[in-house]
Design a protein around this ligand. Structure first.
Ligand SMILES: C[S@@+](CC[C@H](N)C(=O)[O-])C[C@H]1O[C@@H](n2cnc3c(N)ncnc32)[C@H](O)[C@@H]1O
Length: 242
């Protein structure tokens, strides 16, 4: 079977089968594309902003891993401006880093964007770590080690806010979830071809776990106190407190 040509996956983004990338021109349209692709995207950011009030401490450090264009990180820094908090965004994709750094400069806020694979980051003790639809892109072979490191990096009483696309508990639930999510994407204006193109591009790139799979990851990392703070069929937000 020959390697296929790139296909349109919506918002002017093109990708091959199993070839999704956050690089190239994707950052230019990313904010719009992700808002239309992820149910309750804006509401999730809103919840994280509100919940940050319970964990951010003066003199402490907070991280947003897989910060993309820095949109959420800048809102967090703005909400807590005037406090002496170190805000760090971690992003592996160079084009995203450039976009985030441009947005930081335009905002005038004191925010650092680290261009690194999260696996290689030397975390300072943190009060808050946000991972908003990022862990699903970390290869399953490295995912537990990442969660272990995030747990170890948190101060006692600190929190991990992890949002993930999640698979159904069994085949019937997964079938229902993907049907409902396809309806959502059609209603957002994506064409059938774009939806299939996007799904195919994510093969081997994004690997969601089930709700239980994610809870097991968190538990093995050491988290005892975990609450679901958002759920839309196959999209779930976990608040895990150390
Ligand atoms: C779905 S986007 C995250 C969206 C963003 N958090 C938001 O609030 O809009 C996933 C991001 O994680 C980044 N990423 C994936 N794997 C990573 C890794 N190992 N280290 C750092 N960043 C990573 C991708 O480049 C991408 O920008």
């Amino acid at each position: 079977v020959a390697r296929e040509a790139v296909k349109s996956v919506g918002d002017g983004i093109e990708a091959r089968n199993a070839g999704w990338s956050f690089g190239g021109d994707t950052p230019k349209v990313f904010d719009e594309h992700v808002r239309k692709s992820v149910p309750l995207y804006r509401e999730g950011h809103d919840l994280i902003l509100r919940m940050s009030d319970f964990f951010v401490r003066d003199g402490g450090s907070c991280y947003d891993i897989g910060c993309s264009t820095g949109a959420l990180l800048l809102e967090l820094a703005d909400r807590h401006s005037g406090r002496s908090v170190r805000w760090v965004g971690v992003e592996v994709e160079e084009a995203m880093v450039e976009s985030a750094r441009g947005n930081v400069q335009a905002s005038g806020l004191d925010v650092e964007i680290v261009h690194q694979d999260v696996a290689a980051v030397d975390f300072e003790p943190a009060d808050l770590i946000v991972a908003y639809y990022t862990v699903q892109f970390v290869h399953p072979a490295q995912r537990q080690a990442l969660l272990d490191r995030l747990y170890a990096s948190l101060n006692w009483g600190g929190a991990l806010l992890m949002f993930e696309k999640v698979r159904g508990a069994d085949a019937r639930f997964q079938d229902i979830a993907s049907g409902i999510y396809t309806d959502f994407k059609l209603e957002q204006g994506f064409s059938e071809a774009e939806i299939i193109g996007k799904t195919r591009s994510l093969r081997g790139v994004m690997e969601p776990f089930s709700e239980q799979g994610n809870l097991d990851l968190l538990t093995r990392a050491g988290f005892v106190d975990v609450m679901t703070v958002m759920k839309w069929v196959c999209f779930q937000g976990f608040l895990a407190i150390k």
